[in-house]
Design a protein around this ligand. Structure first.
Ligand SMILES: Cc1cc2nc3c(=O)[nH]c(=O)nc-3n(C[C@H](O)[C@H](O)[C@H](O)COP(=O)(O)OP(=O)(O)OC[C@H]3O[C@@H](n4cnc5c(N)ncnc54)[C@H](O)[C@@H]3O)c2cc1C
Length: 614
């Protein structure tokens, strides 16, 4: 393939963020080049081979609704799917897919390779080309210079990456993969602020050496749980996961290795995720616990390898091995590869605008782990938005900024830009204040308008979602207008559904309801489900909608560019600094900045109102 030297968009890094970014910009009509260190490892899953899960599943549903590719690739490589949290309210139900690691990457390579207008180059980006202070291309390790109107950087854990196992360490982006060196230093030299984060992964085990009989078997759901609107007609064979536990002996052995732990001996300087601690971290922080859950997760259909979730470690290899052998079912285990930690550079995203464009360098976008997040889904959501916004900018359109009231992806980017994460940022349902409205099941419906605006999904898709919304309204209307007999009295069908002991299934099976209503419910399961939720949670939903209304007012209250924050004496010192540094676009954004209190927001509002009076 002859590589042209001039592109609309250049994406550096073919991980989860880079693949979404490149795919989106190419499909939006921009000639795109994806440069990555190893083109056979696109969207490689560095850690466990699973997509989705709590809150992350919401992100994937949204990525799919907006026209991204993660959901499509997941559905084609899933070997165990489950809807998590079904015992709780629908706001926190979350789809999770255990994937075949090899297939996932192969399918992603196939999807990217078959995208029109998207070229792939195996190389490493080591520098930016700037023209008049704006990004205009990249320089590569092999000596190439490629020009592009927009540059999107998605370096993952590779920028100045160092991996650690006990006393041993090596410069690497992932085990057996080179780090990306040079680019990050150049960005810092250009004035961008850099931090150091770390994350870790557990060992990989040979399934042939594991006694699964003594473990608790966990199967997936019978009914497939799909992420994409266009899933394959058949699932791959589904396989179980297994649950076992560590014990005091395991912990004693792990403790004996702490004096050689790069984490506890201070050799790793980067900040790790508190919510996802290594096993050595767990036994120190939760020293009163005598066991921890360990999940054995298959890596694929054509391999015996297992991932041991919950046993992330950077202790010396022999300590990891000895500790594993104390776990029920792992007495004879063979360890294919030890766990390790990786430390890498990140550029806090308060240096970006909400479109993910760098505020200091025009035409430069940053997405994924380098913005301080952790996780495939968080990376993919950012990559998608960076790709969309780079393309829109080239087309002279306003960026798409998803609100906190619209999408988890909006919450993610808003949090990243407005608050500097002190540790790798992971999405949780608790981060979304309007989570009853931002459910995974309604991602397509709530993002329909914005998806039309973006244009990555086709008309047929949009029309089918619009039809599902119309059907939901019909069902709601019919339920509200239907009377049924209960204990000799009449009752309204919608009111009946509000009671916890009744649901649509009972209503259609045990009550005499009009044939037309029965048919529409049976033929439109998703719309009927949405109608049922709206009835059941009516009170909560309307309260949340009122909160959204108040929130939107603040979001619409725009702040005059160039507003002189330093000149307003009534702000607290902390707020003044924060406001002047970030220069928020709206009152809503200002209210979420660190150090900005309710009193500062009132002061700002007074000043803004004063300026509006001629
Ligand atoms: C050891 C380890 C453990 C992890 N553990 C967890 C975990 O427990 N939970 C969790 O949620 N997440 C974990 N992660 C993080 C998860 O892998 C990332 O969040 C996710 O992969 C980030 O996606 P990304 O697209 O930003 O970057 P990556 O997936 O890291 O992809 C970056 C890609 O860009 C390429 N690249 C980088 N720089 C350049 C350059 N200059 N030029 C060309 N190509 C370049 C790389 O080769 C790579 O292909 C872990 C990662 C690692 C490495």
């Amino acid at each position: 393939m002859a590589i042209e030297t001039k592109y609309d968009v250049i994406v550096a890094g073919g991980g989860h963020a880079g693949c979404e970014a490149a795919s989106a910009s190419a499909r939006l009509g921009c000639g795109t080049l994806l440069i990555t260190q190893d083109k056979a490892r696109l969207a490689e899953m560095s850690c466990n081979p699973a997509i989705g899960g709590l809150a992350k599943g919401h992100l994937v549903k949204e990525i799919d609704a907006l026209g991204g590719i993660m959901g499509i690739v997941t559905d084609r490589s899933v070997i165990q799917s489950r809807m998590l949290n079904l015992s709780k309210g629908p706001a926190v139900w979350s789809p999770r897919a255990q994937c075949d690691r090899r297939r996932y990457t192969e399918i992603m390579c196939d999807v990217i390779g078959n995208t029109d207008g998207l070229d792939l180059l195996e190389d490493e980006v080591i520098d930016l080309i700037l023209l008049e202070g704006k990004a205009a291309g990249v320089k590569t390790r092999s000596g190439g210079e490629v020009y592009g109107k927009k540059v999107i950087l998605c370096g993952g854990t590779f920028w100045n990456g160092i991996i650690y196992i006990g006393d041993w360490s090596k410069e690497a982006g992932r085990i057996n993969e080179k780090p990306a060196v040079g680019l990050s230093d150049k960005l810092e030299a250009l004035g961008l602020r850099r931090l150091r984060f770390k994350t870790g992964t557990p060992s990989r085990l040979d399934g042939k050496s594991i006694d699964f009989n003594v473990m608790e078997r966990q199967d997936g759901d019978e009914e497939p749980v799909w992420f994409s609107s266009n899933p394959p007609s058949e699932r791959l064979p589904q396989v179980p996961c297994y649950l076992t536990y560590s014990n005091p002996r395991t912990h004693d052995i792990l403790r004996s290795g702490l004096d050689r732990s790069p984490l506890f001996q201070g050799r790793i300087k980067g900040t790790g995720p508190r919510y996802c601690p290594s096993i050595e971290d767990k036994i120190v922080r939760f020293s009163d616990r005598d066991r921890h859950q360990l999940f054995l997760e298959p890596e694929g259909l054509d391999t015996d390898e297992y991932y041991i979730n919950g046993f992330s470690s950077s202790l010396p290899e022999e300590i990891q091995y000895a500790a594993l052998k104390t776990v029920p079912g792992l007495e004879e285990v063979k360890m294919n590869r030890p766990g390790y930690a990786v430390e890498y550079d990140v550029f806090p995203a308060d240096q970006l605008s909400l479109s993910l464009e760098c505020r200091m360098i025009d035409n430069l976008y940053l997405a994924g782990q380098i913005n301080g997040t952790s996780g495939y889904e968080e990376a993919a959501a950012q990559g998608l938005m960076a790709g969309i916004n780079a393309a829109r900018s080239l087309h002279g359109k306003e960026p798409i900024i998803l609100g906190r009231d619209q999408a988890y992806s909006g919450v993610l980017i808003d949090d990243l830009v407005n608050k500097v994460p002190e540790e790798p940022y992971r999405m949780f349902t608790s981060r979304a204040e309007f989570r009853l409205l931002l459910r995974q099941d309604n991602a397509r419906q709530r993002l329909l308008k914005v998806s039309r605006e973006i244009g990555l999904q086709c008309d047929t898709y949009h029309n089918s979602i619009a039809a599902s919304i119309a059907k939901k309204r019909d069902i709601l209307k019919m339920l509200r207008g239907t009377t049924v007999r209960l204990n000799g009295k009449t009752a309204n069908a919608a009111n009946l559904l509000k009671r916890p002991e009744y649901d649509l299934k009972i209503l259609t099976q045990q009550f005499a309801i009009p044939a037309e209503l029965k048919e529409i419910i049976q033929k439109n399961k998703e719309s009927a489900f949405h109608a049922e939720l709206e009835i059941k949670y009516e009170g909560y939903l309307s309260r949340q909608e009122a909160q959204v209304e108040a929130f939107r007012k603040m979001e619409k209250y725009s702040i005059t560019p160039g507003f002189d924050y330093l000149g307003v004496k009534a702000f607290s010192n902390e707020a003044r600094r924060s406001l002047d540094k970030v220069r928020p676009q709206t009152l809503g954004q200002a209210s979420r900045l660190p150090g900005v209190r309710a009193s500062d927001v009132s002061v700002l509002m007074v000043h803004l109102k004063r300026r509006k009076i001629p």
